[in-house]
Design a protein around this ligand. Structure first.
Ligand code: NAP
Length: 255
């Protein structure tokens, strides 16, 4: 008996097998879920290739959160395939290079607005696409990097994550009466494509393993996947608007 037996889960953000979303998709299938993957733009063919490494074949659909036409198109495609959706994983993040690095003041609005749209507003875009298919309630789970403090180099991506955290609470408020839960998993640093694009990512790596009471391995996202699958399951029926840290306990200690 799997934790997600009979569930139909849409997983965004599978790019490579290092993607946090890949670990979630794999574990979701192992726990009995049917999974659809979505990918965007030039990365779509990579999503298709990486999807073939899952235990079971998964349909891959195009969904770029910056393309308004994709919202109805992906909803219609998933609706035709399944009729309903039980869970959605948001694993989407992007910020132009000017938004990251040493100089917080260097980024202009053109760049910042892209970071905010792709990394924060997209949670609402995802809800718009799939909440109408959650006819028996459901769960939306997003991947966060704790934005309650300022980090080196993370800059406007950190600001976008703060907006993402806030958006998750507003969506929880709005969608709760329809039985839809919205929760975030605040993960510690993991070596993925997105992480590699952050200059100075190694500074996170160096401190994390030392400080986290439970230790931390930047090449292992299995604990993140377990938390996401648990939140997508029926085992958190009255939890919403919550941010669960899966960071080895780093957030709880000062030094
Ligand atoms: P990843 O493998 O590079 O995944 C990022 C995904 O975002 C890619 O699949 C990417 O697809 C997608 N994406 C970017 N722009 C998009 C758009 N316009 N529409 C739809 N999808 C788009 O990196 P990851 O680290 O697993 O990131 C997944 C999530 O986890 C992100 O929200 C990230 O902030 C969060 N997170 C990561 C860490 C970490 O240390 N890695 C820690 C905490 C939280 P394309 O490249 O094809 O556009």
């Amino acid at each position: 008996m799997g934790l997600l037996d009979g569930k139909r889960i849409v997983v965004t953000g599978v790019l490579t097998d290092a993607s946090l979303a890949f670990g979630v998709a794999r574990l979701a299938q192992q726990e009995g879920a049917e999974v659809v993957l979505t990918g965007a733009g030039r990365g779509l063919s990579l999503t298709e290739r990486t999807g073939r490494k899952l235990p079971h074949p998964a349909t891959v659909l195009e969904f770029d959160v910056t393309v308004p036409e994709h919202v109805a198109a992906v909803r219609d495609a998933v609706g035709a395939l399944w009729g309903r959706v039980d869970g959605v994983l948001h694993a989407i993040g992007f910020a132009p290079a000017a938004c990251l690095g040493e100089d917080f003041l260097a980024a202009g609005w053109d760049d910042v607005s892209i970071a905010l749209q792709v990394s924060a507003y997209s949670l609402k875009t995802l809800a718009e696409a799939f909440a109408p298919l959650m006819t028996s309630g459901g769960a939306i789970v997003g991947l966060d990097f704790d934005a309650t403090v300022a980090w080196p180099a993370y800059n406007w991506m950190g600001v976008a994550k703060a907006a993402f955290e806030s958006a998750s609470r507003y969506l929880a408020r709005e969608l709760g009466p329809r039985g839809i839960r919205v929760n975030l998993v605040a993960a510690g640093p993991v070596k993925t494509m997105a992480a590699k694009s952050i200059p100075g990512f190694s500074r996170f790596e160096d401190v994390w393993a030392d400080r986290a009471p439970l230790g931390w391995d930047v090449t292992d996202s299995s604990a993140v996947a377990k938390a996401c699958v648990a939140l997508l399951s029926d085992w958190f029926p009255l939890t919403t608007g919550e941010m669960v840290h899966v960071d080895g306990g780093y957030h709880a200690v000062g030094a």
